[in-house]
Design a protein around this ligand. Structure first.
Ligand code: SAM
Length: 242
């Protein structure tokens, strides 16, 4: 921890400088590199030095609902830490089975959750559960690999849990989310900690805090904070500059 501290302060300083420059640099597309020969089992497509992973198929839906996930990822504490107003409109991007969507929906009784996914099978699972539980403030949205299909200026917050690292077009996805956010709206980005070798997840499904910040600050976003209470993940918060 003591050894890590100076590196973190250095990272903060560099990134603060990057944020200050962000107004000028925001939204410039850094480009993708396609290099299958360097692939470590992902898409063979790289964004700012990171290889993008393959998408988890809907056949893995049971894994998302595994009982031990409560302990490993503490979803209720995650949602409590989002500090949502009861009328907030929240997009859950890469919603999967709705593991987070249903929890968020309970917190926004006067608002709603837009559950975005590119796999119709996942959206069908969400519809089934909505009907079973009588939930009426979740709307499924069929996204595209390069567009969350959300109207501009329509959401207070977006959350991505264990999903962003597998977006094949991360720049276009964040561009779409950025445009959908109202000024002052927040992005909650949760990824398994790459810095921690004890987190038992395959490398391409993890991201370092430094890499997440590098990719988010392509846009005019403030890195508001990183919450470190989760056993396996970074919970990173970015705010759209007003
Ligand atoms: C590993 S699952 C995580 C699901 C959910 N967030 C959770 O924590 O349980 C990732 C999900 O992201 C979805 N996904 C991948 N690329 C996407 C994109 N460009 N737009 C929306 N969803 C995407 C996948 O279909 C999959 O359902």
């Amino acid at each position: 921890m003591i050894q890590l501290l100076p590196a973190r302060i250095l990272l903060l300083s560099i990134l603060t400088l990057a944020t200050l420059c962000g107004t000028v640099l925001a939204q410039d597309f850094p480009g993708y590199v396609v290099d299958p020969a360097s692939s470590r089992g992902g898409l063979g497509k790289f964004y700012l030095g990171r290889e993008i992973s393959l998408v988890m198929g809907h056949q893995g839906a049971d894994w998302l609902e595994r009982p031990e996930r409560i302990e490993q990822e503490q979803p209720d504490q995650v949602v409590a830490n989002m500090g949502l107003a009861p009328d907030a409109v929240v997009a859950d991007i890469g919603a999967g089975t709705g593991y987070f969507s249903f929890r968020i929906a309970r917190r926004v009784p006067d608002g709603k959750v837009l559950a975005v996914d590119i796999q119709p099978e996942m959206l069908n699972l969400i519809e089934q559960r909505k009907a079973e539980e009588g939930v009426n403030n979740i709307e499924g949205v069929l996204g595209q690999i390069d567009d969350p299909n959300l109207p501009a200026d329509s959401i207070d917050a977006a959350i991505m849990v264990d999903a962003y690292h597998e977006f094949s077009h991360p720049y276009e996805m964040i561009r779409g989310i950025y445009s959908a956010l109202k000024p002052g709206g927040r992005i909650f980005l949760l990824e398994y900690r790459e810095e921690d070798p004890r987190v038992p997840i395959r490398p391409l499904h993890k991201m370092s805090e430094e890499q997440v910040v590098r990719e988010m600050l392509v846009f005019n976003l403030d890195w508001t904070e990183t919450l470190d209470f989760l056993p396996w993940q970074h919970m990173m918060i970015f705010t759209k500059v007003e």
